[in-house]
Design a protein around this ligand. Sequence first.
Ligand SMILES: NC(=O)NCCC[C@H](N)C(=O)O
Length: 408
Amino acid sequence: MVTGPHGADSEVGTLRTVMLHRPGPELQRLTPRNNDKLLFDGIPWVARAQDEHDAFAETLRGRGVEVLYLTDLLTESLASEEARGMAITSALSGLHLGDTMRAYLADFLTDASPEELTELLTAGIRNDEVRGGHGLVTSLLDQHDFLIDPLPNLLFTRDSSVWVRDRVAITSLAMPARARETQLTELIYTEHPRFRGTAKIHGWHHEHVEGGDVLLLAPGVVAVGVGERTTPAGVERLARQVFGADLAHTVLAVPIAQERATMHLDTVCTMVDVDKVVMYPNVADSLRAYAVTVTERGEEDSDLVLHVADAEPFLVAAAKAMEIDTLHQIDTGLDPVTAEREQWDDGNNTLALAPRVAVAYERNDGTNDRLEEAGIEVLRIAGSELGSGRGGPRCMSCPISREPMPRG
Ligand SMILES: NC(=O)NCCC[C@H](N)C(=O)O
């Protein structure tokens, strides 16, 4: 059961509201010199990426989904002077700035309108955009260095917050290029009139947990990938919080290879029905899970005594926790090389709009054909440019509200 106006208790309950980020000027910051550090595998053609993203949003609207844009929410949140002050202070907290530049930028940002501030906070500020005379730091930094880093990965709204029932978890992103994103999501969920009063869990100051690793398998059952991004301590912290707030009875900790291709659990496995997942075949036999439950409660989350079961095959552990006979893996039957190519291009990263309805990148013919043969309606979208950031439809969407998951 989901309570409150916002929230989700599964991956597949009918999607009502989603937060997206339409790619914007922050993508224009990518160059061959910085794209690796900024976690893009190429230099996207921005106008085409925007077209692709608009088509993605239209696909969702066409199915009755309310689409909210992160930058609109941010601009509306920045209407208050207090929120602008908080945003500016946190954006300027980096130790690379020095007092002279920090003071200059604080004045500059304070004079900006909410719309301008949103653009400056997301597209960043490069050293050569600051007109001279602001001290040692600007003189010594390269002209291409950023004073405020751009956030091209805002596109992947999945990772910087995640709703678990009626609470929103502000995540803690592992890669320095993304760390600042959660300052913005925290601000939105704290200051925006639509979300004011929403109870929050986790936070950017805690151990690393990224939303792409968090799968709401069923009401009360949360799977969390542990690999390149989410740490073992991160999953323990999240587990204590969801148990403490009665948001789940089981957390499945799922080790995944610490590699870019499998940076999050949702790069290898997503749900397309109440009891069906699409999974990268090359990991299907090896994916395991540790089921974590509570044996004793106390006053604080830190007092909870956790029981960690021995690792079992993921699908077995998941079905037990979900109290269903079988969690079916849709067998894509792809040979290992095709499977690897389609996994790299986010073939397994689908966004369910309802049971048996999923959005997927059109390029992954093999996976999509098999999904359709298994009775899944696949809404195919273009992603040739969007995909250069290595994320698919699930990565590009933060469900804010889903209908409760139908049983059976
Ligand atoms: N959930 C996801 O798998 N998100 C994709 C994030 C891609 C982004 N370029 C990153 O490396 O973090």
